[in-house]
Design a protein around this ligand. Structure first.
Ligand code: HEM
Length: 414
């Protein structure tokens, strides 16, 4: 854990000295793991950051010292160009989080090795497999709403957003719901570490849990995703125990901490947008349009890449093994991509975003994420057409590899 400390208040990393190949005018004070300044949303924070960037490629001394692409086209290129930018390590700081996470697949593998492992996930998360759970998503959505609709209020994140996607995911992988808090805690450490556990401990926690389950399901006839991974083949041979573990752990991290946050952003925004609520409640057909804008307006993932060679970019030299962040946030929040990027607008002629990434690693969970968002919006507006933030509630946010909204309360008339 060179240069990094784990403290009770969250993840802290010592500042890296500026290396000789980084010009002084490229330095920007940006820390992905810092608290979002009070009163600002994550996306406003990024907008100000982008406005303060003097070049398309900047460098920050935080989180081990890494480059930061601020221009949308560059972010897209870096995410997709695996010949020059490897996804072996995608999380900053590289040490200790990124290197630990690089044990998991398929994200840490570059094409062409990546393809066969990725296919195992595609075979489990394709539109056909996902549509088969639509009724379960609808049923659980209504059960969760049943629990609080009559009382006129709920703590949205804890009582809804943290329940629905993770419980659906637990059923896809056929794991018991009582194990959820433990797994969710472990998954969150990679995306928003809170300093309560070291990363080797997180990895061990996952392996101790998932290893025996995978071995038990080898040769079993279940149809769940973990049984399918345990019995999958790559390049004409079975997955090794380690490969099956590494693939399952990454699917768990992806499945447990992304839709939760998207739902939190969407509903916290809806809570302060009564006109949008009225429109969606009176005309559910508009939900599809609203979804396209929600996905543009609330990108949450900020991954990086490792340079595979020395690369000339925007007038600087990125040295081999340097880390460069290509967050999905600037792609959608840049004014060059979407004029008045912070405005939520259904009538945008052009909508540029990469909320699910770009290239070979584009999210395999996107069909599930979209379906969940659609069903949740449809059922919620059918049951609770008008709601608001509970008086006294102010929205606050946590930045990180996956950004989130901190818990907030909603209320409505009953
Ligand atoms: C709103 C929800 C979601 C968002 C915004 C999201 C976003 C992303 C992004 C941006 C990437 C690309 C990362 C990169 O290239 O560095 C990615 C990859 C991935 N996501 Fe998602 N994701 C979501 C939901 C899910 C779900 C529900 C699952 C699992 C069921 C999942 C599993 C994965 C996996 C395993 C990868 C790595 C794919 C590969 O390397 O080929 N994601 N996701």
């Amino acid at each position: 854990m060179d240069g990094a400390t784990i403290e009770g208040e969250g993840f802290q990393s010592a500042l890296a000295p500026r290396p000789p190949h980084v010009p002084a005018d490229r330095v920007i004070d940006f820390n992905l793991h810092q608290p979002v300044p009070g009163g600002q949303s994550v996306h406003e924070f990024w907008r100000d950051l982008l406005a303060s960037a003097t070049h398309d490629v900047m460098w920050t001394p935080h989180n081990g010292g890494h480059w930061l692409a601020t221009e949308p086209g560059l972010c897209e290129t870096i995410l997709a160009d695996s010949d020059r930018f490897s996804s072996r390590v995608v999380i900053v700081p590289r040490d200790p989080i990124g290197e630990t996470y690089s044990n998991f697949i398929p994200l840490s593998l570059d094409p062409p090795i990546h393809g066969p492992f990725r296919k195992v996930l595609n075979d489990n998360l394709g539109p056909r497999q996902v549509n088969a759970v639509a009724d379960s998503i609808r049923k659980l959505t209504n059960e969760l709403i049943d629990a609080f609709a009559g009382q006129g209020h709920c703590e949205f994140k804890e009582e809804f957003a943290e329940q629905l996607p993770v419980r659906i995911f637990m059923s896809l992988v056929d794991l018991p719901e009582e194990d959820l808090p433990r797994l969710k805690y472990l998954a969150d450490q990679f995306t928003r570490p809170d300093g309560t556990i070291t990363f080797p401990e997180v990895e061990k926690g996952f392996r101790d849990y998932i290893g025996p389950i995978l071995r038990e399901r080898r040769g079993a006839s279940g149809q769940d995703m973990i049984t399918n991974i345990a019995n999958a083949e790559v390049n004409g041979r079975p997955l090794t125990d380690a490969e099956a573990e590494n693939l399952t752990i990454q699917a768990l991290v992806g499945g447990l901490d992304t839709v939760v946050n998207l739902l939190s952003f969407v509903f916290s925004y809806l809570a302060i947008s009564p006109e949008l609520q009225a429109m969606l409640a009176s005309d559910p057909v508009k939900i599809e349009d609203a979804m396209t804008e929600f996905l543009r307006r609330f990108p949450v993932v900020s991954d990086s890449r490792e340079a595979r060679m020395d690369i000339e970019l925007d007038g600087v030299t990125i040295l081999r093994n340097d880390m460069i962040m290509a967050s999905t946030v600037p792609i959608a929040m840049s004014e060059a991509s979407n004029p008045d990027a912070l405005d939520f607008r259904l009538d945008r002629k052009v909508r540029r975003h990469s909320v699910f990434g770009r290239g070979a690693h584009t999210c395999p969970g996107m069909h599930l994420a979209r379906l969940e968002l659609k069903i949740v919006l449809t059922e919620w507006f059918r049951r609770i057409p008008l709601f608001r933030l509970k008086p006294g509630t102010s929205l606050s946010y946590t930045s990180g590899i996956v950004a989130t909204v901190n818990p907030f309360e909603l209320e409505w008339d009953v």
